[in-house]
Design a protein around this ligand. Structure first.
Ligand code: PGA
Length: 253
């Protein structure tokens, strides 16, 4: 039997945070974590690239990992403005978010590109957090499982394992809106994703962590984290301060 995946609570700071406050917030979180004798979950912060080095230094010796928010599919080369997976690794990252819906929308990233990036991340020794999720219109049209299934098939590469891959289900309409699906809806989609992963990756698919993301906050984290096949959260707005983030972490700690 495959053991229940260890939860991961991941903060995605998006394009927020400056040196004046970011490292201080991260340190506060590390202090809270440090008081827990034996944490039952992993905690991650994905700051903007400009804060990777300051956060790495601020979190040295703590239990909190850092990650990137995107990477290029190539290892190096003439790609102005981009960052490679190896560079993230070199900056102290253990994870990288790939295919967030804001990247898919703002930068027109296709699932095929997401797969190339995930491959690059895994080759560099990072764990890729691969995001999938439907839009409001797709949900209204009853297309949720079809859309998520297609994204999964196309975004996940052959070499995905429980160690190098995390899948995040993030309904686009729930991100930054304060809206969340019902727990039944989350259970349905996560169950569907789990079945797909099991079919394709066998034991690795059973052990892969499946995060829910989209307007997770202290007040709804407990019920969301209790849903079958939810193994943690990808948190945007509520990850920016320790005051907001800690109650979410505390539901899994
Ligand atoms: P949110 O963002 O928690 O602010 O809704 C989640 C995400 O985009 O990862």
């Amino acid at each position: 039997m495959v053991a229940t995946p260890r939860p991961l609570i991941a903060g995605n700071w998006k394009m927020n945070g400056l040196k004046s406050a970011g490292p201080r917030e991260a340190k506060k979180l590390a202090t809270r974590m440090g008081k827990v004798a034996k944490p039952q979950c992993d905690v991650l912060i994905c700051p903007p690239a400009t804060l990777l080095a300051p956060l790495r230094d601020a979190l040295k010796g703590s239990r909190i990992a850092i990650g990137g928010q995107d990477c290029h599919g190539n290892a190096s080369g003439a790609h102005t403005g981009d960052i490679s997976a190896a560079m993230l690794k070199d900056s102290g990252c253990r994870y990288v978010i790939i295919g967030h819906s804001e990247r898919r929308a703002d930068h027109g990233e296709s699932s095929q590109e997401v797969r190339v990036k995930a491959d690059a991340a895994q080759a560099a020794g990072l764990t890729a957090i691969i995001c999938v999720g439907e839009t409001a219109a797709e949900r209204k049209a009853g297309q949720t499982l079809k859309v998520v299934g297609k994204q999964l098939t196309a975004s996940l590469a052959k070499g995905c394992t429980a160690k190098n891959t995390v899948v995040a289900y993030e309904p686009v309409w729930a991100i930054g809106t304060g809206l969340t699906p019902t727990v039944d809806d989350v259970r349905q989609v996560h169950g569907f994703i789990r079945a797909r992963l099991r079919r394709r990756f066998r034991d690795d698919g059973a052990a892969m962590r499946l995060l829910y993301g989209g307007s997770v906050k202290g007040s709804n984290a407990e019920e969301l984290m209790a849903v079958d096949n939810v193994n943690g959260a990808l948190v945007g707005g509520a990850s920016l301060t320790t005051a907001d983030f800690w109650p979410i972490v505390a539901t899994c700690i």
